[in-house]
Every structure is written in structure tokens, then in C-alpha cells.
Ligand binder design. Structure first.
Ligand code: TRP
Length: 334
């Protein structure tokens, strides 16, 4: 029996942080043992909102790739590629655009929300409206069974299924319906207690040197009601404890929580334990990051090979979809 297929993508919109690591990457790494996995860097998606300043995009793509490899994605197991290197994504996007009612795109919540939220960019563009459709093309292209994503992406998955169904309704059964795979992890708090996010500037980045991680954790807020060392604390009110829940084992979590409630340890002690556990996870990633940083040749090989493998599946799907649509197929494309 052939393995089921998993596909997911990540925008190269900045450096990756530990929220991305536990929210997505660690899950992707696990999935590669059980499924046939396709992971890609969605550079065209990044352009839909960053078209006015593309100066960072190449570095960001490189950094995402390095982090993927450092976190344990294995090019022998998973196909890793850059979206724009497989131009079939654009072709399928075009084909799907013919059958996509405008209202469906206008109704996707992220469209209006992001337009209202992001004030420094003009997102009133054709490309930005088509963002979810480009994502549908990404997913349908590989006839993916599962798409590991965060909860915020579920509307995009829903429209993907609707588009697939509509295509099948017009032209015959070409696309299976993909399912979302939600990661069980809670939102990772940033150093200010809000959700960890680049926009809030509260992240611990995978590329942060140890000193920075230490400084960020040590200045992190804790239970605001625990003012003096002798005050009893409530771990549930402390974002530091939320990080313990993610990065420390159950035994140490219980110990830290008890010692906080009884004022047996201070906040700095609690942070030191967290740092120890965080470093245990980050150190091997840092080591591998260093290895890949100076090996542009290896990165190039991996991403070339990924594009070739992805293209094989993509061109097959595209020929199938074009045939179903009734177009005259160029036999040389086979
Ligand atoms: N929109 C996704 C995000 O911002 C990135 C993405 C693009 C994606 N295409 C995809 C995710 C296809 C899963 C499948 O996180």
C-alpha cells in the first residue's frame, strides 16, 4: 500500500521562532516517517503582501531552508522545494481561477482582516485576493491527503475543498479532498505574554545566539501579582510557566509550579530551569544551523533535487487537469 501524502508550506516572511518550531516544524519532522511529505517555501505567497519591498526575501528563503534542515527535516525522506521553482503552481492557479467565483475569495476571513490589520501596505490587489486560491493550487497539485496547518489556515483549507469539488463537478473527478491536520500545541507565548509573533517583536528566534535567548527569558514577565520574592505565585498567570509546559517534562513542571505557589523558588530560579530545558532542544539545532550556514552548495543541491521531484508530480497533475478541462495538450510537455 502506498503511503498517504502530506503537503504543507511556509512563507519566507522572516526568521523562524520557537513558536514555529513547536507549532509546525517538530510536527512536520514526525510526519516524514509515516507519510510521503512535500514541504515547500511559499515565496509567491510572500510576494502577495511584500511586493513593495522584496529586499529580504532571498535571505529569508535561505534561512527557512536552513532551519528546516536544522530542525530535522530530511531530504532523503521529505521533498523540500521552493514554490516558484515549480511554475506549475502558477498554471494550476490560473486554471482554477476560471471557475472561482469572486465572492468566495472576498468572503475568506483573512482577506478583509489582513487588509484592515495591515496599514502600511496596500493589499487591495489581484494577487492578494488570490492568496487562498494559490494555496488551493499548492494543495490540490499534490493530491494531498493531509495538510498540517495552524487553526488560522482552516478557512483556506475549506475553500480548497470547495474549489476541488467545483472543478470535479465541471470536468470530472480529478482532485481528492484534503484534510487538515491540526497540531495539538497551545499557542506559544512571546516574552511579553502575548502570542509569539514577529509583529509583536516578542520572539525567541532559532537564529538567536545563546546570550540573546538567556537575556530574553531573564527579562520575561512572570505572574504580575508576585511582586516580592517571598510572595506566593500563581504559575498559571505566568507566561514563563506556559513555556515550561512546552519545553519541560511533566515532573519538572509540577516541581516548578509547586515551588512557585509556595514561594520556595524565585522567578529567576524558575527561568534558569526553563533555560536549561530550552537549550537542550536548541543546542542541536544551533549546531546543525552552523553546519548548513557555510554550505551553500548542499543547500542548492537539496533544493534543486526537491524541485525536480515536486515537478514530476506537479506536471502530471497539470496535464490531467488540463485534459479534463478539454484543452489540446502539447504532447511535448509529457
Ligand atoms: N498560507 C500558509 C501560511 O501562511 C502558507 C501556505 C501557502 C500553505 N500554501 C500552502 C500552507 C499550502 C499549507 C498548504 O502559513
Amino acid at each position: 500500500m502506498s503511503k498517504k501524502r502530506v503537503l504543507s508550506g511556509m512563507q519566507p516572511s522572516g526568521r523562524l521562532h520557537i513558536g514555529n518550531l513547536v507549532g509546525a516544524l517538530q510536527n512536520w519532522v514526525k510526519l516524514q516517517d509515516e507519510y510521503e511529505c512535500y514541504y515547500f517555501i511559499a515565496d509567491w505567497h510572500a510576494l502577495t503582501s511584500q511586493y513593495a519591498d522584496t529586499s529580504q526575501i532571498k535571505d529569508n528563503i535561505r534561512d527557512v531552508l536552513i532551519n528546516w534542515l536544522a530542525a530535522g527535516l530530511d531530504p532523503e525522506k521529505s521533498v523540500m522545494f521552493i514554490q516558484s521553482w515549480v511554475p506549475e503552481h502558477a498554471e494550476l492557479h490560473l486554471l482554477l481561477s476560471m471557475i472561482t467565483p469572486l465572492g468566495w475569495l472576498e468572503r475568506v476571513p483573512s482577506f478583509k482582516e489582513k487588509q484592515e490589520e495591515v496599514k502600511d501596505k496596500d493589499l487591495n490587489t489581484y494577487g492578494f485576493l488570490g492568496y487562498p486560491l494559490l494555496q488551493s493550487a499548492d494543495i490540490l497539485m499534490y493530491k494531498a491527503n493531509y495538510v498540517p496547518v495552524g487553526i488560522d489556515q482552516l478557512p483556506h483549507l475549506e475553500i480548497t475543498r470547495e474549489i476541488g469539488r467545483r472543478f470535479n463537478y465541471f470536468y470530472g473527478n480529478v482532485f481528492p479532498e484534503p484534510e487538515g491536520l491540526l497540531t495539538e500545541f497551545p499557542k506559544v507565548p512571546g516574552v511579553d505574554g502575548r502570542k509569539m509573533s514577529k509583529t509583536y517583536d516578542n520572539c525567541i528566534y532559532l537564529s538567536d545566539p545563546a546570550e540573546d535567548v538567556e537575556r530574553k527569558i531573564k527579562t520575561m514577565m512572570t505572574d504580575p501579582q508576585r511582586v516580592k520574592r517571598t510572595d506566593r505565585g500563581d504559575p498559571e498567570l505566568s507566561p514563563v510557566f506556559q513555556l515550561h509546559k512546552i519545553f519541560s517534562d511533566k515532573g519538572e513542571q509540577a516541581e516548578v509550579a509547586d515551588s512557585c505557589r509556595s514561594a520556595k523558588i524565585g522567578c529567576l530560579d524558575c527561568k534558569k530551569i526553563l533555560l536549561k530545558n530550552l537549550f537542550k532542544i536548541l543546542e542541536p539545532i544551533w549546531t546543525r544551523r552552523k553546519e548548513f550556514m557555510n554550505r551553500a552548495d548542499i543547500l542548492e543541491d537539496i533544493i534543486q533535487a526537491g524541485a525536480t521531484r515536486a515537478k514530476k508530480v506537479a506536471s502530471e497533475t497539470l496535464i490531467g487537469a488540463s485534459k479534463a478541462t478539454g484543452l489540446w495538450i502539447n504532447q511535448q510537455n509529457k
